[in-house]
Design a protein around this ligand. Structure first.
Ligand code: PMV
Length: 344
């Protein structure tokens, strides 16, 4: 089982080496809690299977679809199988407790859960750094979901990506922040992040200044985390999100993930911070319209009120504490039966 993460300083734009997902800047995130959102994945190897089978949320996946993330996933399954000297094909069954492809980092949680399950099913005992590199190759931001708490993904300098991995900066109980997520839309995004990561650095004029800006933001936010300086954390988080979305919009064709309701949430957060005379909430948006409000437990109500005011009383709100990272769960959660069939 693994959980999504929310980046305070974002990864957007990757170098063109295929299959490695190497970023132009380091990024920093918090890992979300399994009680709020999680992905469970079971893996079984069976000599009677002719091909690898993958089921996500009850649906059989086309493993030869040409989709980049699916391709990377199949490559990594092959590599880990070879590393263990295993010849059998695998059945992989994965279930999310939240909608996938809607900017809620389902691919990060999914990739981290898969790497964790494969490492254990194949008894590979790989170290966390190697696991994080494998997860990165499926979906860049997934490398950060391999750890709990506050996490940094070092961009690295090597062409082969061996020094581009995630590590924990502080454990979950270092600072009890919350991520309060407003589910504004669950429809699939029009432009995948895989496509966006290529379009934006290639075509956006503004992107030229992003790697330096974000590298500074990563350093700044780590300092803010270590010193529990919310004022600073909030400003960096909001500005890094704004900067990422500005470069997306500046590229060609333009990519727009934030919608008008998202901007209304951002404005309401700025108003609340002004009313309080200090930053009590930070907004941040990933590759989707759903606002993430980062705050401290004592301002939970203020953050929820903003989401309800803008998104409506009936909108779903998910409150997540900081999580512990991936773990092996008991057999009661097994998603594959004794004859290698998915339990759907
Ligand atoms: O890992 P990907 O390819 O799903 O890209 C994720 C990009 C953002 O969520 C927008 C930012 C981030 O760092 O998580």
């Amino acid at each position: 089982m693994a959980t999504p993460n929310i980046a305070l300083v974002k990864y957007w734009g990757r170098k063109s080496v295929p299959g490695l997902n190497l970023p132009y800047n380091s990024s920093v995130s918090i890992t979300l809690h399994e009680d709020a959102l999680n992905t469970k994945t079971s893996v079984a190897f069976d000599p009677s299977l002719k091909n690898d089978l993958v089921y996500i949320d009850g649906k059989a996946q086309n493993t030869r679809s040409g989709d980049e993330k699916v391709q990377s996933m199949m490559n990594i399954i092959g590599e880990m199988r070879a590393l263990a000297g295993m010849r059998d094909r695998a059945i992989i069954v994965s279930r999310n407790t939240f909608p996938s492809g809607s900017g809620l980092a389902s691919s990060a949680a999914g990739a981290a859960a898969l790497i964790t399950a494969l490492n254990s099913a194949l008894s590979l005992n790989l170290n966390n750094r190697d696991l994080s590199i494998l997860a990165r190759r499926i979906s860049g931001s997934a490398c950060r979901s391999m750890f709990g708490g506050f996490v940094k993904w070092r961009k690295g300098a090597r062409k082969d990506g061996r020094d581009s991995y995630a590590e924990q900066i502080a454990p979950p109980d270092h600072w009890r922040l919350l991520d309060i997520i407003g589910i504004s839309s669950v429809s699939r995004k029009k432009v995948s992040s895989s496509t966006g990561h290529i379009i934006t650095p290639r075509t956006s004029v503004l992107y030229n200044s992003r790697p330096r800006f974000s590298e500074g933001n990563a350093e700044g936010v780590i300092k803010a985390i270590l010193e529990k300086d919310f004022e600073r954390l909030a400003e960096i988080t909001m500005r890094d999100s704004n900067n990422m979305h500005a470069t997306m919009l500046d590229g060609w064709p333009p990519i727009r993930y934030m919608d008008d309701r998202g901007w209304s949430v951002a404005e309401a957060v700025m108003d609340a911070n002004e009313r309080f005379g200090k930053n009590i909430i930070a907004y941040t948006f990933d590759a989707g319209p759903n606002p993430h409000l980062i705050t401290m437990p004592k301002y939970k109500k203020e953050a929820e009120d903003i989401l309800r005011d803008v998104l409506g009383d009936r909108s779903r709100i998910i409150v997540s504490r900081i999580g512990d990272g991936p773990r092996r769960v008991g057999n009661e959660y097994r998603l594959i039966d004794g004859s290698s069939h998915p339990i759907l």
